[in-house]
Design a protein around this ligand. Structure first.
Ligand code: NAD
Length: 488
């Protein structure tokens, strides 16, 4: 652990954030945050009990009416100052994320820029919320619509993008005039607490935001039963999201879900093969593959398979595995032993189904320090029925399959219950658009390995989710349309 990190950790709040203050849990209980690069404790964070969660939610409910009545310009300015604060503290936030997530510094730095951008984008959207005025077709009424904040929100976020997943919910909620209680993942609560501090420094009035870390998530999801809750927004695995959505549906709570993916990465023989191979650096290696939009299934036209695989192996061999906070690391460990076990199981199962492992037999030397490392792996010839074809890998594992023509490429790409992101590589723009339109996914990248942008709608179809975050659409998730009828 560097001195910089020790100094930073001493300054990062570790309490629950309620009513503008960082406070201990009522019982004083805490839980340990582990550094995945070493397997050792990084910090102790206050653990919200069910009654702490209730206290946090009471605070946001009490603050709701006044915030909804606050002029949009004031809401916007607080969000804009938050954006600036996050950029001013880019170095600390980069280091903090890499420490608690184990992710390489360059990836964490990119997330600071991405996460901060949601505050700038929604600061700009806050002042553009508009209604509508029309006449009834029969000429007998005036029809007026207004957009109003949906009301107090509950958010639950995953560990893999500890800043951006919170920012994508908190920024539009506050922009729309909603208050929000949020539970960060227990693996990475420090970044969200840092964000609460940023919002406080930016002038966020007391009570608008509660941050409720806990090791027992049921303490917070119990709030789904609170009759004052108006909105539930979840990012995480499909299984947990669906269970919580079922709970929320009992009271018809407005629900948004950002769930798991199984992205196809389709490379046609007319593609720039070198560019398609290099894009794997982002589509697969970012965050060691622990990204919901990470390419999960590489579908490559038969005629170029060998060349593509050879180039991908070369690209990946350039990546250095090491501690997230080390400047020399291009990718870091997985987030915990649970992830290592899961990826190991999927790869072992693929090998049992006849897979050939071209890379990833063993860890580089010197990484037996208790960290949760998994080597970048390339598999080909994985037999049918292997779990790795249908399950989200969430690790640095490239699985290459082939197709013969466009029809088969589309059929294979769509042969999944997920529909978050997809990638297409071809130099034929007609084909690119045809395939992009035919793929069952919420987002398609053409000839590039990344697609996230605060100005674009992020979200999935099928079992990858409901609703969109970011873009013009992102604020709609936190607004209700009210219709007011007037005589003509
Ligand atoms: P997860 O579903 O295990 O956990 C997500 C959040 O839910 C965490 O805060 C966790 O503590 C909480 N949680 C878990 N069980 C709960 C329960 N029974 N009640 C209440 N809360 C509960 O997911 P994860 O492992 O943190 O994140 C990885 C998953 O998230 C992957 O599937 C990934 O694809 C998905 N993800 C999706 C997006 C997207 O935008 N679609 C973005 C990032 C991650």
């Amino acid at each position: 652990m560097t001195n910089d990190l020790q100094e930073l950790l001493a300054s990062v709040p570790t309490g629950l954030f309620i009513n503008g203050e960082f406070v201990d849990a009522e019982s004083g209980s805490t839980f340990e945050v582990i550094n995945p690069s070493t397997g050792t404790a990084l910090a102790q964070v206050a653990a919200a009990s069910a009654s702490d969660a209730q206290r946090g939610f009471d605070a946001v409910c009490q603050a709701q009416a006044e915030w909804a009545a606050t002029p949009a310009r004031e809401r916007s300015e607080i969000l804009h100052r938050t954006y600036e604060y996050l950029l001013e503290h880019e170095d600390e936030l980069t280091l903090l994320q890499s420490a608690e997530l184990g992710r390489a510094l360059a990836d964490s730095r990119a997330e600071v820029a991405y996460g901060a951008e949601f505050f700038r984008w929604f600061a700009e959207e806050a002042v553009r919320i508009r209604g509508d005025y029309r006449h009834a077709p029969g000429g007998d009424a005036r029809l007026v619509t207004v957009r109003q904040p949906v009301g107090p929100c509950l958010a639950i976020t995953p560990w893999n993008f500890p800043l951006a997943m919170g920012a994508r919910k908190i920024a539009p909620a506050l922009a729309a005039g909603c208050t929000i209680a949020i539970k960060p993942a227990s693996k990475t609560p420090l970044t969200m607490l840092f964000l609460a501090q940023a919002l406080r420094e930016a002038g966020l009035p007391k009570g608008l935001l509660s941050v409720l870390p806990t090791a027992d998530s049921a303490n917070v999801s119990a709030l789904l039963e609170d009759p004052r809750l108006r909105k539930f927004t979840f990012t995480g695995s499909t299984q947990v999201g669906q269970e919580l959505a079922a709970q929320a549906s009992k009271r018809s709570i407005n629900t948004s879900l950002e769930l798991g993916g199984n992205a196809p990465y389709v490379v046609f023989e007319d593609a720039d093969i070198d560019a398609a191979a290099k894009a794997v650096a982002v589509a697969k290696m970012r965050g060691a593959g622990q990204v919901c939009i990470a390419a999960n299934r590489f579908l490559v036209q038969e005629s170029i398979k060998d060349e593509f695989v050879e180039r991908v192996v070369k690209v990946i061999q350039e990546f250095t595995l090491g501690p997230g906070t080390a400047e020399s690391s291009d990718y870091g460990p997985l987030s915990g032993k649970d992830q290592v076990d899961k990826v190991t199981e999927l790869v072992d199962d693929a090998l049992d189904h006849g897979a050939q492992r071209l890379l990833g037999d063993s860890l580089p030397e010197g990484l037996d320090n208790g960290g949760y490392y998994y080597p970048a792996t390339v598999l080909t010839n994985v037999g049918e029925g292997a779990r790795i074809h249908s399950e989200e890998i969430f690790g640095p594992v490239v699985v290459v399959d082939t197709f013969s023509d466009e029809g088969e490429a589309l059929a294979k790409a769509n042969d999944t219950q997920f529909g978050l992101a997809a990638y297409v590589f071809t130099q034929d723009m007609d084909r690119a658009l045809r395939v992009a339109e035919g793929i069952e996914a919420g987002m398609v990248a053409v000839n590039k390995g990344g697609l996230s942008n605060a100005a674009a709608p992020f979200g999935g179809v099928k079992e990858s989710g409901l609703g969109r975050e970011g873009g013009f659409e992102g604020i709609d998730e936190y607004l209700e349309t009210k219709f007011i009828a007037l005589p003509l």
